[in-house]
Unconditional design. Sequence first.
Length: 527
Amino acid sequence: MKSPTPTFTRTPPSTLACALVTAGVVCASLAVLPAQASSHREAPSIGGMPRVDGTDFYMFNSYEGVAANGTGGRAGYVTLIANYLPLQDAYGGPNYFKLDPNALYEIHVDNNGDAKEDLTFQFRFTNTLKGIALPIGNQMVPIPLTQAGTVSAPNAAALNVNEKFSLTLVRGDRRTGAATPIANPAGGTWFDKPVDNIGTKTIADYPAYAAQHVYSVSLPGCGFPAKVFVGQRQEAFAVNLGTIFDLVNAPVGVLVDRTQINAAAANSIQDKNVTSLALEVHKSCLTQGNETVIGAWTTASVRQSQIVNAAPPSGYDTAVKTGGAWVQVSRLGMPLVNEVVIGLPDKDRFNASMPSSDGQFINYVTNPTLPALLSAVLPIGDAAPRNLPRGDLVTTFLTGIPGVNQPANVVGSEMLRLNTAIPARPFAMQNRLGIVGTLRDGDSPPDFAGFPNGRRPKDDVVDVSLVAVMGGLCWLNNGGGLFGPACTRAVVPLGATSLELHDAVDQAVVPLLPGFPYLNTPNPGAK
């Protein structure tokens, strides 16, 4: 049982971390890197398959209506949000951004620490063409648009293409376990998905329209109703893509001064949208026995074979035929892993891998290249921490932090881990830097409910990752045992400056909703 009031005085099993490093059973890790868009077009192959590209994954104890003491509202529930299809321009008509009916989208949950899924939530999609036609002369001619008029309700008559999704809960192995389709309270097992935010003339009140697509469902073996929503949302990740990938083209004096958090760069993707698969499930339906820590990650899979139709039949999305076994092509747990932790030769391999095989990526975590890259492109000298192999990163991002979000019997692997027993914090009380921020700032009471203990939409994972990769955890800990005996201030060339690093884009000011599905209403194609 993980303590709901975590403390940083407990000595971690540092011998376990060393053994994991030696045996090579930990993985490609963490969010320890600079401000890249979290898994947006992060690997060569997935860049050509945007409809199945996972962009961000959030998992946190629900804070909707929760009081300062962690009670009331939706306390006791866990929210999981998997985003796909990156960098959607709001004006992207006439077809907009429908997910792939030939793909399988999944959220996996490990509730015993063995790096294997115990629960999997599977999403499938179908797009039904109504074939709305208009009388032109003496002919009925199909229209070329997604809509033929205004839309205000699910499956509106004016929608020429109606999107639907199904949800299946699998217990055990994702392919061989016991699978149960989840019923729509209105009947059947298909749920309407809202059309993307075409614009205010087509959908006058998009928040009200989207709210009609939040469903209360019953999960098998769960005594509490769950919520599900699938639809377009405003991009909630804050980053300046151009500046960062241009060799961090920002003044270093700004990047090490926390008072200038918004001074150097704009949030270049706030005008973009994504498609969210959101669930809210009671924690008792996700955990197992006395273990309160769960780990989770998302994937997308496609059929092994694809044939392009030389003469596609009349219909909708008929250009290809697919067949064969499911093949995983996208994977996401911790943010930023595949973009800036995994080396270019192994990015496609990582997307196809499972946490249980993460030992193959060990060197990318214990000997990260990012500190050296930052030292080379910024005038900060050789600022890479000296404690190689990096046991502090293994503990924080691969096994979980002891006393916070490390399972009792953990197998080192890359996934987002959350202690469901740590009470949620109201939005206004959340430290934007999660655990690192609450320790740096001396918050009272401390905020242990944020990244890397899960990930909330407000958590600035880029800044936390910069602090971590450049040795800020060792500066905070100063050899106290939590991150291993080699993790002391002496190994941090940047000194206390390691705690000040940021990307000049403030995650905390991104507009969000106060409750489920938390991510904001998508940008409209026209206002």
